[in-house]
Design a protein around this ligand. Structure first.
Ligand SMILES: [Zn+2]
Length: 113
């Protein structure tokens, strides 16, 4: 039996080892980690040590969001009146009155205006 590497308290990317979780059927040790965003997740220790798993998934989401911002309207229209109106509409749209396409696509909203 291989000696298990103790990952408790160790930081890998955004993850900090909390405790050993379980051993998978293939024999890989899984650990409970806490991400910097507060999410707890269980991941294979090997993946975390190699950097394949560096967050609960929020890192990936942020990279995607950053890419969208670069090519989309978000950055230059952040203080734009139309953008603010769209944001207000989004928050006020709990009843689902406006078109869902508008609520998640600012470019589409602009085009339709
Ligand atoms: Zn996270």
């Amino acid at each position: 039996m291989k000696i298990r590497i103790d990952m408790t308290g160790m930081r890998f990317g955004r993850l900090i080892g909390i405790c050993f979780a379980h051993k998978s059927r293939s024999g890989h040790a899984h650990w409970l980690f806490q991400c910097d965003c507060g999410t707890e997740l269980v991941a294979a220790g090997g993946n975390v040590r190699s950097g394949r798993t560096a967050s609960c998934g929020c890192l990936h989401r942020e990279i995607c969001a950053a890419r969208l911002t670069q090519h989309g309207h978000r950055a230059q229209h952040r203080h734009d009146a139309t953008y603010r109106a769209w944001q207000r509409m989004k928050t006020e749209n709990e009843a689902g009155v406006i078109s869902p396409a508008w609520s998640d696509d600012y470019a589409r909203f602009l085009a339709d205006m």
